[in-house]
Design a binder for this molecule. Structure first.
Ligand code: AMP
Length: 212
């Protein structure tokens, strides 16, 4: 089952993808998470892409495509995978055709203003990746991780200016993928405004139909 979760940053793709991946025994592959892991570990790739992620721009296509091609060739992807945050440009989508057979593309639909509200309130526990929201899902102690008690951080690209930049990049470069996958009969829109549990249930239904 090869799936793409499409949609703007902050639409909740990652949260739902984690659940769908566990349920189906397939990996959840987030290019954003791979880049951040490399940045945190100061690898060669991390040093190369840090300033790009901070600015909210996209990492060059060739580099990103090579990274994903390599990841999808690994054994745990044999039964399928969920791509979250890839493809993000038409060039990436075209390249993907050569090394994937996509079953469905789920388009997470949500207004920009709701995204700004979600992302600017997001707090992250860096070591585990656990996320909170200052209003909708606050930690037990403000600013501290529930499990370890360690400090929570604001992702550097969750600053309001960076969020606006990421949204404009999304509308310019990634939104055209909707038509690309619509033309192939693969696109299904998902209302991403309700709670993650409710979005998850809608997706379960869509996937049951896609596999029937
Ligand atoms: P995300 O966590 O998916 O919002 O990604 C965070 C950042 O990683 C993006 O703002 C881009 O700078 C970079 N990134 C992630 N996926 C891609 C991609 N498919 N192509 C180019 N850049 C990406």
């Amino acid at each position: 089952m090869q799936l793409i979760f499409l949609g703007p940053p902050g639409a909740g793709k990652g949260t739902v993808a984690t659940k769908v991946a566990v349920e189906n025994g397939i990996p959840h592959i987030s290019t954003g998470d791979i880049f951040r892991y490399n940045i945190n570990n100061k690898t060669e790739l991390g040093l190369k892409v840090k300033s790009i992620l901070d600015s909210g721009e996209l990492v060059p296509d060739t580099l990103t495509i090579d990274l994903v091609r390599d990841r999808l060739s690994q054994e745990d992807c044999a039964r399928g995978f969920i791509l979250d945050g890839f493809p993000r440009t038409i060039a990436q989508a075209e390249a993907l055709e050569a090394f994937a057979r996509i079953l469905a593309v789920l388009d997470f639909a949500i207004p920009d203003e709701q995204i700004v509200e979600r992302l600017s309130g997001r707090r992250v526990h860096k070591a585990s990746g656990r996320t909170y929201h200052v209003v909708h899902d606050p930690p037990k102690v403000p600013g501290k991780d529930d499990v370890t008690g360690e400090e929570l951080i604001v992702r550097s690209d969750d600053q309001v200016d960076s969020i606006r930049k990421r949204l404009s990049v999304y509308h310019e470069q990634t939104a055209p993928l909707k038509a690309f996958y619509q033309d192939k009969g693969l696109l299904t829109a998902v209302d991403a405004t309700p709670s993650p549990d409710s979005v998850y249930r809608s997706i379960q239904q869509i996937l049951r139909k896609a596999q029937a």
